[in-house]
Design a protein around this ligand. Structure first.
Ligand SMILES: [Zn+2]
Length: 118
């Protein structure tokens, strides 16, 4: 199976993976580049391989934009935690206000009961 596969590979004169990699990285001469492009047009296997290599190349480029993305996420998180703290602060105020209202009502109710009992 493997031998058959490599036979097909050589029969269709596919560029080597090194060549495809060089093509993806723009390291081929215009002539070589043209040859690879012409081959890619009618070789599904190689165009898929190039797609894969492009993906790898994009992965290699991750650090630069990842740092940016991380920074953006960190800033968003910071903004979110800030908002969260504000919400918690308001919640705290609301709870305190409710406790005060409840205590006032309880006090009023106790005074009312005390007065009617007399
Ligand atoms: Zn091919």
């Amino acid at each position: 199976m493997n031998e058959q596969f490599s036979d097909i590979f050589t029969e269709t004169a596919c560029p080597s993976q090194e060549q495809l990699m060089a093509y993806v990285q723009d390291q081929l001469s215009p002539e070589e580049r043209h040859k690879v492009e012409a081959h890619l047009a009618d070789c599904e296997m190689c165009s898929e391989a190039v797609e894969g290599l492009m993906a790898i190349r994009q992965k290699e480029q991750i650090p630069a934009w990842l740092r940016q993305a991380k920074w953006n996420i960190l800033q968003q998180l910071r903004r979110k935690t800030h908002k969260k703290r504000k919400v918690n602060f308001y919640l705290y105020i609301a709870v305190v206000a409710l406790i005060i209202v409840f205590l006032a009502l309880a006090l009023f109710w106790m005074v009312h009961i005390f007065n009617t009992a007399r």
